[in-house]
Design a protein around this ligand. Sequence first.
Ligand code: GCB
Length: 864
Amino acid sequence: MKIFTYLFCFFTFLGTAIAQRQVQSLNSAWRFSSEVQPEKNVNIPHTWNAEDAFKDGKEYFRGKGTYKKTLFAPQKWQNKQVFLKFEGSNQVTEVFVNGTSAGKHIGGYTGFVIDISEELKLASENELKIVVDNSHNTNIPPLDADFNFYGGIYRDLELIIIDKLHFELENAAAGNILVRTPQVSEEKALVQVEARVVNDGEAFRNATVALEILDPNAKKLKTLTKKIRLKAKESKNVIFETSVKNPALWSPQDPQLYSFEISLASGNPSEKLDEFSSKFGFRWFEADPEKGFYLNGKPIKLIGANRHQDLQGLGNALPNTIHKSDYRLIKEMGANFVRTAHYPQDPEVYRTCDELGLIVWSEVPVINDVTATDEYHNVALQMQKEQIQQFFNHPSVIFWGYMNEIFIRLVFNNEMTESEKEDKIETSVALAKKLEKLTKELDPHRLSVMALHENELYNTSGIADIPDVIGWNLYFGWYSPGLENFGKFLDEQHERYPNRPLIISEYGPGADVRIQTEDPKPWDYSEAYQLKLHRSYINQVLARDYVVGMAAWNFADFGSSFRQDAIPYINQKGLLNFDRSKKDIYYYYQARLVDESMIYIAGENYEQKFPKSENHKISIPVFSNAEKVNLSINDSLKISSEVTDGISFFDLKLPEGTHRLTATTGDISHSRTIHVLPRKNLLKKLETQDLTINVGTHVNYKDPVTKEIWMSDQQYEPGGFGYVGGEVYQKSAAKFQGTASDIQGTGNDPLFQTMRESIEAYKFDVEAGTYRVTLLFAEPEFNASEENIYNLNTSEEKKPEGVRSFDVKVNGKIVSEDLNLARDYGRIRAVEISYTVKTEKGIAIEFSENAGKSLLSGIKLEKL
Ligand code: GCB
């Protein structure tokens, strides 16, 4: 009898399991082809732009790609519904089953579910074909933005097989069942769960819906059930309401998560047909225009970063592991806040933020520009609806964003007439109002937000009065001058609009870990300038209680096809590199934000120091959250120094040679080895050390392949080396020193981007010997196809102003005559020319101009 009971239970259990929702990923082994690529096997997540967006820049392929596979549908599915669930596919996706369209979705950053039941042939193989199109489309946001619109099914895909009586899947929520917590206090929280049950069958069905609420230790707190009856093809909402006493609150310090499990059974409650579960949490918050942000009644300054969803080598097709590890890195930096700029991200992201305790601003990609059509407006609204409903249950999400710098194209567009501009403003404001209204209808409890750029139009147009919170993307010290203007701007806005809660939604300069200096300047892409700017911004925000918080731009470097930064096609404002290796600034945030003690000697890529002489100091920044830190040099000399703003600069006079630095606080330490090479000794060291100079700039450049350090340039002084005459090349309107271009034929773009123009000579007061001199050039302006360049030598009159031709002489002897970089090599191409020189005393390389201005990007001196 006993055995019989066990067996009975076992089979019932098995029977139930089979009847329930079956979900499996459908990522592996798709046959992919596109208009420009032949068929090959790929796995999802997949994008077709992982490579070309970094080679062809703006020309990366935007068009149609097709994914195919066969799917065997067993006869057993005859009473089932079959769905495909996409977490994200960019940007228009249409699913065909055996050649017939089963459904289509517009928009690249939210999930969607497509019912393929009707088109499937049972007991047979079926052809699944998914056509994805990432072409520019004036009716789909984003129209334009500073990131790549990588095409493809770049997030996970699932196959779901389910009873005809089930929870609704094919909706804007992509099957999410929403939990609301309309009232939360320390004593009590209300919980509402609303599920929609669908009967896709042809018969009446009785159903029992059961809800369980579990506490953070998975202990059942409540069980509620409801019975319903559905006609054929009918859908019904089932709403549960309950409360939880003394809820454990969710916060960044202590992210407590509850969960609910909801199940659907047939008339017989033990016969489960469908189920769904989700975590959720309890917290309340407020953004006060005077006092800043409050969570669960306590003030908290939000500090963190924006994050883009791409990675070196993969484009946006990231495995979940990377989504998780990115947010862990943000948490480990000490942050409590993230902005998923500029679009809803992978579901894994929101789960991770819930668990780690990161407050999220999530936004839809209505960026830079709006199209004045109903279709565009409706797609934007649909995106907002999908974002809100899909990520509704996450306690981490506190802000729903819906626009970024929406007037930026307009204010820089000289071709638009005033009335065209007015129309643009009108349609943008109208859309913002609609988005605000929808956001509040769908979720009255969270805060709405939009991000603005530094322009008065947001105030005068009234758009900044629409959302609950205003985010300012502020680039003082980068696009606009003066770090101190940041605080001034905020104070002025706060005074003029005292009822607006303000948050800094973006700030940060570009920084390249190959570029180092102790004398940082805007646009030099040095890590030191990144430190200077972030330090100043953090201080200015902390000094202002009314500022809700700040999010650095950006967590990591990211792909942007039209950018010509120090690494072409990459926006380099990351705290980490594109491959997620850390820049120094990441550790600086730790020093400012983490509680556990930390210490870090900055200068991962700054191991060689070139002081003028041994009597000149070099500066070693040490990051720590201690009040005082010690630095020992070669395990003997110990110096102690106070830490201000998480940093202590040790100014050291060190003799030539290798030194081991160890910084300590309490029982933790960090060591780094540096090599000191006083400039005045370098000419004497040529037997063992080549001299490499980054001409036309104050920064050192490290070649990551050869490990050569191209040291910052200097003026010639007798007995030494350096340039004579000329000036640093800079285009009049440009902020960037040098030419912001993708230099062809090299990976060392910064070395060739900066240069000295109208240079007269470069001199080295070396002793007698044989040397090799290598000159580095890149023509920044003129194109070889310009006819006048070819004609340069035909007659004097034909030499146009500015076109460059110069002779190079070494110790008085011409070594290159009529060097015309554009004609001989082409524009923005790295050119290296070497000469062997035998000298009795000194080397002087002279540049004499035939037309236009001479120039030089770098110089290398080797003793042979
Ligand atoms: C911004 C934009 C962001 C850009 C950033 C930049 O204000 O919102 O998308 O990437 O500036 O780096 O210029």
